[in-house]
Ligand binder design. Structure first.
Ligand code: ADP
Ligand code: MG
Length: 379
């Protein structure tokens, strides 16, 4: 689809500009972005594109190619963080957080699979943020845009996500993973040369989301925050594993296992960076697998489909595999030899069929570039 032509067809005039932002996979560092931890995601090649035009009045019109139907229409004074709604709140939240000074027409086309743990939400938010920043000459840095889009998702959508997804969608560079310190948002680009080592990262989208456990994210985050509070520190980042063990009896069972995941995962991120610096993908694989065990057994956010995907990938000779993203469904990643890709994919697909699971989707991606304005039309 040509987004410019589509915009003209819908709104009967040209957009001012077109911007895009990618989804992401997180190599290691799961569920610790809200605990001031380090995370190591990279941007995938799939992204969300938006076409935007500034209006003379305060009307806001939004349409997504992935949600065909009526154009959603509201206005700046009607933007309300405590209101109700659907997918359009991801877009409106960014417009609200950026305090746009006039209305806009907005058309969205996303290639990142929705709700698969690849952060289509951040791709959507960041594509809009980059477009608004340029069109309204707001001059925000990428770090500021990460905070703004996180605020949009936290306060307007009501999802208490950390800042990782937005940061990598905005700051990623092709061929690198982004080591992000979520405490101060400082970043370091870490080369991750899978291709010349005959490797690739396989993403297995289980296509399931266990709705029963929605709210599980907030509950676990609250446990981690409760532990930091009991220790009198800002976040889990400030607690070492020996400290945690020494004061285990002050914590509830859930607080203890969830903090165990958070603190051990922070250690694994640093081990992963060290492994990448040595080009040691065998060790990287082991660290990735250890992350899965921790997410499955301590943080308890995995599910049968994710475990089958991970176990089968390992049986087929993956160097490491783990669930990614929020959990209870979504995607897993497996670090595999490229030449084993077809065999691994069909073995996982067969294992899913045997268990009566939905048909999974598979894709691989190289570390790609972050958000940008890709076209200014008539400006
Ligand atoms: P993830 O970010 O892992 O894909 P989320 O549940 O955080 O999963 O975000 C998915 C939600 O974001 C969708 O259900 C939808 O409401 C919204 N969304 C993302 N991309 C689009 C899009 N292109 N069009 C409409 N809504 C979208
Ligand atoms: Mg999301």
């Amino acid at each position: 689809m040509n987004i410019l032509e589509e915009f003209v067809r819908i709104f009967h005039h040209e957009p001012d500009l077109i911007a895009k932002a990618p989804g992401r996979v997180n190599v290691i560092g799961e569920h610790i972005d809200f605990s001031d931890g380090f995370v190591l995601p990279f941007a995938i090649h799939d992204y969300t594109t938006v076409a935007m035009r500034k209006r003379e009045d305060s009307i806001i019109r939004v349409l997504s190619h992935q949600r065909p139907g009526q154009i959603f229409e509201t206005s700046i004074p009607e933007l309300n963080p405590s209101g109700k709604g659907d997918w359009e709140r991801y877009a409106l939240g960014v417009l609200w957080a950026m305090q746009i000074s006039s209305g806009v027409d907005l058309f969205i086309d996303g290639q990142v699979p929705l709700g698969a743990g690849l952060s289509s939400s951040a791709a959507l938010e960041c594509s809009i943020a980059v477009a608004v920043n340029d069109l309204f000459t707001q001059g925000h840095t990428l770090q500021a845009l990460a905070r703004i889009t996180q605020r949009a998702e936290n306060e307007y959508v009501g999802m208490p996500c950390g800042i990782m997804d937005q940061s990598v969608s905005l700051m990623a560079q092709e061929g690198y993973a982004l080591l992000l310190d979520t405490r101060d948002l400082s970043t370091q680009q870490i080369p991750i040369d899978l291709a010349s080592n005959g490797l690739e990262l396989l993403v297995i989208d289980t296509q399931v989301h266990h709705a029963l456990v929605d709210g599980g994210y907030a509950e676990r985050r609250a446990d981690c925050e409760a532990v930091a509070k009991k220790f009198g520190v800002k976040a889990l980042r400030d607690i070492s594993m020996p400290d945690l063990l020494a004061r285990k009896n002050e914590l509830t069972a859930n607080e203890f296992v969830r903090a165990t995941h958070g603190i051990s995962e922070m250690v694994r991120v640093h081990q992963a960076v060290a492994a990448l610096e040595e080009n040691n993908f065998v060790t990287l694989g082991q660290i990735i697998s250890a992350s899965h065990t921790s997410l499955r057994d301590d943080y308890t956010v995995s599910c049968p489909e994710l475990n089958v995907a991970v176990d089968e990938a390992m049986i087929q000779g993956a160097l490491g595999a783990r669930m990614i993203g929020g959990g209870f469904g979504g995607s897993a990643i497996a670090l595999i030899h490229s030449k084993e890709s077809d065999r691994t994919i069909s073995a996982i697909a067969q294992a899913f069929e045997k268990n009566g699971y939905k048909k999974p989707r598979f894709f691989t991606s190289l570390p790609s570039a972050g958000a940008s304005v890709i076209q200014r039309v008539g400006l």
